[in-house]
Each structure stands twice: as C-alpha cells, then as structure tokens.
Design a protein. Structure first.
Length: 94
C-alpha cells in the first residue's frame, strides 16, 4: 500500500510526496535524487507519513495536503501520535 509523506527541509519548508516505500524514498531525497525541490534544501527530515489504501487515494491526498496553507500542514504534523506513530515518525535517513 502507498504512503503520503511530509518531509521538512533544511530551510524549514515542507515537501509533500507519495511513495510505496517511504524509507527508500527518504534515502533518495537525502541523496538528492528524489526531487529538484528537496535537492537544494538538504538534509530533509521525515515528519509525517500515512498509509493509504490505493495509489489513486495517495494522489488525491497528496494534492489535498499540497493545497493546505503552511499552518494547516504544521497542525497535521503536530497532531500525529509521537512514539512509534503509524502516522509518521520523525526520522532522517540512515
């Protein structure tokens, strides 16, 4: 099942994306191979992720989150459970 995720960039900006393997995608971001946006804002930190049932749902959720104002995105990140959270643990690539 796919995931929707948010990473926080070095400059504090938030980037939203989708992937079937969040750990692999985070490693690609850290290596500068995932997106032009994050490539110039390394390192990135995974601050939120959520599993969704289908790729189509992931695309819709990604679009919904990308259209949110920054304040709403930060509220989404803050609302996620902390320890062992299934909605996205804050961690950097290994």
């Amino acid at each position: 099942m796919p995931f929707v995720y948010i990473v926080q960039c070095k400059d504090g900006s938030l980037y939203t994306g989708i992937s079937k393997d969040v750990e692999r995608r985070l490693a690609e971001h850290q290596a500068g191979r995932a997106s032009r946006y994050t490539r110039s804002r390394l390192p990135v930190l995974l601050v939120w992720s959520r599993r969704v049932p289908t790729w189509s749902h992931a695309l819709r959720e990604e679009h919904r989150i990308k259209t949110l104002p920054r304040k709403a995105k930060l509220a989404l990140v803050q609302a996620a459970p902390r320890p062992g959270r299934s909605c996205g643990a804050a961690r950097s690539a290994r």
